[in-house]
Design a protein around this ligand. Structure first.
Ligand code: AR6
Length: 175
């Protein structure tokens, strides 16, 4: 049974087994959550990301997929990097966004993680409307069989927190 929780604040401060990064396909860092994770986690994470680029992901990590590295100096064991889809008004990319959560949980399970912290993937630089992103995120987690006992959504702003809280209530979950 997975407990879904919503907490305010900065994802880099979470003491959990796995922190999920809203990365881009390059796996080489960026702004937002990605920038914060690499800044707080130190160069070891980037070193592992570069190794993944030269081995398994020479073309980059496709949207909707996930891969793990160590967590460097973060108070976590692993960082799970996933790539959200960029918002499009002409194309429905919700399956790809849902896949970020499902695949991240699959990677978390393979690692034996019991607690995982997620940001609101694709709701920043990738411009996804937060209410819709919250619905997709929570449905994906709710519908996934996982050994992760706590899925913690770490939401830095009030708009995201309200959207996630409302959707979670509709799903009959905790928060
Ligand atoms: N802790 C928790 N949430 C945060 C934090 C933080 N420290 N910082 C930002 N957010 P974004 P995306 C929120 O842009 O939309 C990067 O450059 C933020 O308010 O980090 O998936 C990557 O390299 C927003 O609600 O991720 C990619 O190029 C949410 O986290 C691209 O941005 C996600 O915002 C990915 O864009």
């Amino acid at each position: 049974m997975t407990n879904i929780t919503l907490v305010p604040g900065d994802i880099t401060r979470q003491a959990v087994d796995a922190v999920v990064n809203a990365a881009n396909s390059s796996l080489l860092g960026g702004g937002g959550v990605d920038g914060a994770i690499h800044r707080a986690g130190g160069p070891e994470i980037l070193r592992e990301c570069r190794a993944l680029r030269s081995s398994r992901y020479s073309e980059g990590l496709p949207a909707g997929q996930a891969v793990a590295t160590g967590a460097g100096l973060l108070p976590a064991h692993w960082v799970i990097h996933t790539v959200g889809p960029v918002w499009s008004c002409s194309e429905d990319r919700s399956e790809l966004l849902g896949s970020c959560y499902v695949e991240s949980l699959r990677v978390a399970d393979a690692l034996g993680a019991r607690t995982a912290a997620f940001p609101a993937i694709s709701t920043g630089a990738y411009r996804w409307p937060v209410a819709e992103a919250a619905r997709i995120a929570l449905r994906a987690v709710h519908g996934t069989e996982t050994g992760v006992a706590e899925v913690r959504f770490v939401l830095i702003d009030n708009t995201a927190r309200d959207a996630f809280a409302e959707t979670l209530q509709q799903l009959g979950g905790s928060g």
